[in-house]
Design a binder for this molecule. Structure first.
Ligand code: ADP
Length: 479
């Protein structure tokens, strides 16, 4: 049985800011179901840790991790939830804060986290066959295993997989950190090592040092090898092409099931869609829009340019003036974008609802009650929301890139095929035209609409296939 330690900076149901949090629950669960022994290691963000799990957390051990000149306390806690065992790395100075990321000392916080993981494995006597790392917060571990912990014999057989969920965040720091945090020399500070324009790049280190690198959709795996999507690492990724592959994320289809979802006023299924109308009315009411039979467009997203929110905003005025449609936006993000949606709400109070917050229950109601889920991302490693939307019968309208291209089949009005709508040309005018077309399909051909909904809901977005692909990858690098 393959032993896996899955390391991430966030995981549902404890803490989640985006797709990484979802994957860090669903993938270990699917790997376990497929026969692997998986444990998960996370930071213990005490202030954010949900109340209902607190009394299940037990202390395992503690020790000191040398961060530069300072010995830092490192507590190891554990809990088991739904058959999965978690290790939580505790240091109040680093992780006892109000948020997960975005602090001036994130480099030091995650340097500590990564060294703590390395030092923990021996102490808790869980030496995995595969250490599965995720994004820049844990990407430096393969470098540490090679440069700092090479003397620990038990670790020599450990293989590493690095999954890139978002290439945009890389963990770039002054090379001084090699000594001031990690206390390793400069021998890896080369172009084919960890050096990146005179800086240290954690993610690049992981790409060069891990045994295998994956990203979360096949299309994104190709795109990041180009200058347009490579975030200045395209050369490094091309050089590591042989160990790079795209494995599509899934969603937790037990948790996210319109037939049983407790967040919904009315449950429904592909065969009995009636409850959807109730959910749509409840949604309109809850966000303060008139309960009317007009197409409801929706966004559940970080409000950023990555998610194409600037392009959406630029397309809105003409669209709202000419179409009787509604738009519900749930999200937080860049202040200027948040403000712009609020301005639209003030200008079009009967058509736009801007819900500037993070609200998991409202998100579910939006998936279940909206008609068209707008996701015009500039780039999209995989994207989970569009899958969630399809599962709940909201037809995605997407920019056909990355995982969006791999999961949404654009409507073909001649054959009736499709699971949503898509466009290639990343322009506000194109998006507006598409939204207008969506309104036409909605009003003029309700039968075609219903068929698209059913096709979308019937897609298999479960984890089974992808978990099998990961297990195969583990086998390949172990042999
Ligand atoms: P990313 O990880 O790039 O932010 P994904 O589509 O992969 O995007 O995952 C986003 C996840 O976060 C989805 O589960 C989505 O429902 C959720 N989400 C995003 N914004 C909000 C919000 N404001 N309230 C509730 N859930 C949100």
């Amino acid at each position: 049985m393959t032993k896996v330690l899955f390391a991430a900076a966030e995981a549902a149901p404890f803490y989640k800011t985006g797709g990484l949090g979802d994957v860090s629950l669903a993938l270990p669960k699917a790997l376990t179901a497929a026969g692997a022994t998986v444990r998960i290691v996370l930071p213990y963000y005490e202030q954010l840790f949900p109340e209902q799990y607190r009394d299940q957390v037990a202390d395992v051990t503690h020790f000191w991790v040398q961060v530069g000149d300072h010995a830092q306390y490192c507590g190891i806690k554990t809990l088991t939830l739904a058959g999965l065992q978690y290790y939580l790395i505790d240091n109040q100075d680093y992780f006892g804060r109000e948020g997960l990321y975005g602090y001036w000392d994130d480099g030091e916080r995650f340097a500590f986290f990564q060294m703590a993981i390395c030092e923990m494995m021996e102490r808790v006597a869980f030496i995995p066959d595969v250490l599965h790392l995720n994004d820049w917060h844990t990407a430096f571990i393969p470098v540490l295993l090679a440069e700092k912990y090479y003397w620990i014999e038990a670790y020599r057989a450990i293989k590493t997989v690095l999954t890139i969920h978002n290439l945009q965040f890389q963990g770039i720091y002054n090379p001084i950190v090699l000594d001031s945090l990690f206390r390793i020399g400069t021998q890896t500070f080369t172009d084919d090592g960890i050096a990146f324009y005179d800086q240290v790049n954690f993610l690049k280190g992981g790409i060069n040092f891990a045994n295998a690198v994956t990203t979360v959709s096949p299309s994104y795996a190709q795109e990041i090898q180009t200058v347009a999507f490579g975030e200045r690492l395209d050369g490094v990724l091309r050089a590591n092409q042989g160990k790079l592959q795209g494995i599509l994320n899934g969603i937790d289809t037990t948790l996210y099931d319109p037939e049983t979802d407790p967040a919904l006023p009315a449950n429904f299924s592909v065969k009995a869609l009636a409850g959807r109308a109730t959910d749509k009315a409840a949604l309109q009411k809850q966000v303060g829009l008139p309960v009317a039979d007009v197409p409801v467009f929706a966004v559940v997203s970080r409000l950023t340019k990555q998610k194409g929110m600037d392009v959406l905003l630029d397309s809105l005025n003409d669209f709202l003036m000419t179409q009787k449609a509604q738009l519900i936006v749930l999200g937080t993000g860049e202040p200027a974008l948040e403000q712009a949606f609020k301005t639209y709400q003030a200008a079009y109070p009967k058509q736009v609802a801007a819900q500037i917050k993070f609200d998991v229950n409202l998100a579910q109601l939006i998936y279940a009650g909206s008609d068209c889920f707008v996701m015009p991302s500039a780039f999209e490693p995989c994207g989970l929301s569009q899958m969630m939307a399809m599962r709940y019968g909201s037809l995605p309208l997407v920019h056909l890139v990355g995982g969006l291209k791999d999961t949404v089949t654009p409507y073909n009005r001649f054959t009736g095929a499709g699971t949503g709508f898509g466009f290639d040309d990343f322009q506000p005018a194109v998006l507006r035209k598409m939204m207008t077309q969506v309104c036409q399909v909605y009003h003029d051909t309700p039968k075609a609409w219903r068929q698209l909904q059913q096709q979308a809901m019937r897609q298999d977005f479960g984890w089974t296939t992808s978990a099998g692909t990961y297990l195969q990858l583990y086998q390949d690098i172990m042999s």
